[in-house]
Write a protein that binds this ligand. Structure first.
Ligand code: 5AD
Ligand code: SF4
Length: 472
């Protein structure tokens, strides 16, 4: 038998972090002299949350956050795959970083996220973007410290994939973009396999974080000054499924609400097939839960819904909406809608418009269907010509804009608490804040209010935003 060379024991990610940290300290690269890190994020809030972990890893290593890729020694791109447009944009941005690497060969470029979790995209990066140091899929975020460490030591390029072994790694450091606003992942992955969607392939099967880890992170966020926390999951209603936690999403929300502090709680995304009465009751009863339910319908046509594999009918959906409206007075409802799904007829599209009129959404995220390689819908018959989709999309926006305007107007005259989020780009005396309305709220105020709760009275509303004045 050939004696096996003993394998070097795998280091924990924290050991790679410490080793880079010690190296930078020993080289005097600290404070303003520390190398810069720039993270560019595409896509959903889950990606925002993952990017805060990427930034957390780099900062723990001793990097310093910078606002432009040209100032960075480490550039990380967190990609999205949900529509073709997002992929094209990411590829073009990655392409634009070549000149940075050309002018400084020490710059490290890493690409992660959903796009590169698809084998054909990882291959493309490998072949056509030779200056990218490493690529890591969504199941390999915990490998980031090792990858950065290796790249610093001049290791060859690496393309890392977890295969089908998506898991959960706790303890990866987080650098929140805004301390007063927290993203809190409660579950990852999706088992629903909607026929148009790439997510089950890029994020793996559903798995829930342990409630103790979630509650500890929630307490940490509140201690750190979070005023607004959003629980994240591709399908938050599946939290706890297949575990012995003895807790579902409703129980978890109630537990988080018990944490003392002046914070609001949101959650997304809910799938209509399992949006439960229990969850609606939580929204109705828990003061900290913002009365906003994001409940994507995707299409108003039962035929399209069946081919999308959504597992509910438009009547099922409307039953939930009615319960929600009855239980939570003045609830804001938002939705995702796909226009131009394969085989969508004019009548199907009219059914979608009908639902929009009936529900009266505060806001809709609408998308033109984008075929995703490897999903069943990509090869369905009846792909819709671009002109038809575009025309339907415009009609949908027009209808929704009218509804948004009238929904926004209901807030005029109301007093409410909002978090001042940022200074307006066009007028430094104006702030933009967020509160119960799903749309941003603009009001006059000074920048020292950023990150604080402010009492305002809504004075006016248009389609996309509200205006207010500060009250004492
Ligand atoms: N084309 C267009 N929109 C899509 N979405 C998901 N996959 C696709 C696709 N292939 C939309 C759905 C989902 C939202 C996050 O993105 O509406 O709810
Ligand atoms: Fe995609 Fe459907 Fe899962 Fe949402 S529920 S992530 S649309 S497969």
């Amino acid at each position: 038998m050939i004696p096996q060379k003993p394998k070097a024991p795998e280091l924990h990610f924290s050991e790679y972090i410490s080793s880079v940290r010690s190296k930078l300290i020993s080289e005097g690269k600290t404070g303003d002299n520390a190398p810069g890190v720039y993270v560019r994020t595409f896509g959903c809030q889950q990606n925002e949350a993952d990017s805060e972990r990427m930034m957390g890893v780099a900062i723990s290593m001793g990097y310093r956050k910078v606002e432009a890729p040209e100032e960075a020694k480490l550039i990380l791109v967190n990609t999205c795959a949900v529509r073709e447009h997002a992929e094209k944009k990411a590829l073009s941005i990655i392409g634009s970083y070549k000149h940075i690497k050309d002018s400084d060969s020490e710059v490290i470029i890493g690409v992660g996220g959903c796009m590169v979790t698809q084998g054909h995209r990882a291959d493309k990066l490998k072949m056509s973007y030779p200056y990218v140091n490493f690529v890591f899929d969504t199941g390999s975020l915990h490998k980031l410290p090792e990858l950065i460490c290796g790249a610093l030591q001049g290791s060859p390029r690496r393309i890392v994939s977890c295969g089908d072994s998506f898991s959960i790694t706790e303890g990866i450091p987080i650098a929140s973009e805004k301390s007063y606003r927290g993203w809190l992942s409660v579950m990852y992955g999706c088992n629903n396999f909607c026929s148009y969607c790439i997510v089950p392939y890029t994020r793996g099967r559903e798995r829930s974080r342990h409630p103790d880890a979630i509650l500890a992170e929630a307490r940490e966020l509140v201690r750190g000054g979070a005023l607004d926390i959003t629980l994240l999951g591709q399908n938050v209603n599946s939290f706890g499924n297949g575990t012995d936690f003895g807790m579902d999403i409703s129980d978890l929300i109630r537990e988080i609400c018990k944490i003392p502090g002046d914070f609001r709680l949101r959650f997304m995304t809910s799938h209509p097939k399992d949006a439960s009465d229990k969850l609606i009751a939580v929204m109705a009863e828990e003061e900290k839960v913002v009365p906003h339910f994001h409940l994507p319908i995707q299409s108003g046509s039962d035929d399209v819904l069946r081919r999308m594999n959504r597992k509910y009918s438009s009547a099922d959906y409307m039953r939930i909406i009615e319960k929600l409206k009855a239980a939570v007075p003045d609830v804001s409802i938002t939705s995702d809608i796909i226009v131009g799904f394969p085989g969508e007829t004019d009548a199907d599209f009219e059914d979608t418009l009908k639902i929009i009129r009936e529900v009266e959404y505060d806001m809709i995220f609408s998308f033109i269907y984008s075929p995703r390689t490897g999903t069943p819908a990509a090869t369905m018959e009846g792909q819709i010509p671009k002109e038809v989709s575009n025309e339907r999309y415009e009609r949908l926006l027009e209808l929704q804009n009218d509804i948004s305007l009238s929904r926004n107007k209901r807030f005029i005259g109301r007093e409410m608490t909002v978090i001042a989020d940022e200074v307006s780009r066009t007028d430094k005396n104006m702030l933009t804040g967020r509160g119960d309305p799903v749309r941003p709220i603009h009001f006059a105020g000074s920048s020292d209010l950023i990150g604080k709760n402010v009492r305002v009275k809504i004075t006016d509303a248009d389609t996309f935003s509200l205006r207010a004045e500060i009250i004492l």
